[in-house]
Design a protein around this ligand. Structure first.
Ligand SMILES: [Cu+2]
Length: 165
């Protein structure tokens, strides 16, 4: 190999190495972002460390009809220990003490925004527009009966009952 060819070869190698570094860099950044948000989504809103457990999922929609007015309606099938069934209005959400709960709210009302709150567990969604949804994960770390509600419509409320273990 003459001098020029050698130089060219070295340049090509440096270029390839730089390319590889960029690819690795981007890879690390993606992994870091996923890890950051992944871990953060595992931290309950009323806790400060990630919980590596499968949550109980409850699906609730905000809806409106002239008959019912503004109302939270269950989208979860009923289970042996709670009164939730698809279509139940103002369903009671029953949990066991210490249970990890993910409540998924969707606004299926074309006429108004809605939000979902449970003060006792630091649960507060943003104002959800039509077909917007938000999931909130919390630990049922208090026993008793609590109220969930929408700040925009006082009539939209129901109970969260946490039973002792
Ligand atoms: Cu509302």
């Amino acid at each position: 190999m003459n001098k020029r060819a050698k130089q060219k070869n070295t340049k090509a190698k440096v270029f390839a190495a730089k390319g590889l570094m960029i690819i690795i860099g981007v890879g690390i950044a993606i992994v870091a972002i996923v890890a950051y948000f992944g871990i953060h989504s595992l931290i309950p809103v009323n806790g400060n460390s990630p919980v590596f457990a499968a949550p109980t999922n409850t699906f609730v929609k905000a809806s409106y009809s002239p008959q019912t007015g503004y109302v939270f309606t269950s989208q979860s099938t009923s289970s042996s220990r709670n009164s939730i069934g698809i279509g139940f209005n103002s369903p009671t959400i029953t949990l066991k003490q210490g249970e990890l709960e993910s409540t998924h709210i969707i606004n299926e009302d074309t006429t108004s925004k809605h939000n979902f709150n449970i003060d006792a567990f630091n649960v507060h969604t943003k104002n959800l527009g039509y077909f917007e949804s938000q999931s909130v994960t919390f630990i049922a770390n208090k026993v008793g009966s609590f109220t969930y509600y929408c700040t925009l419509h006082p009539e939209m409320k129901g109970k969260v009952v946490v039973e002792p273990q």
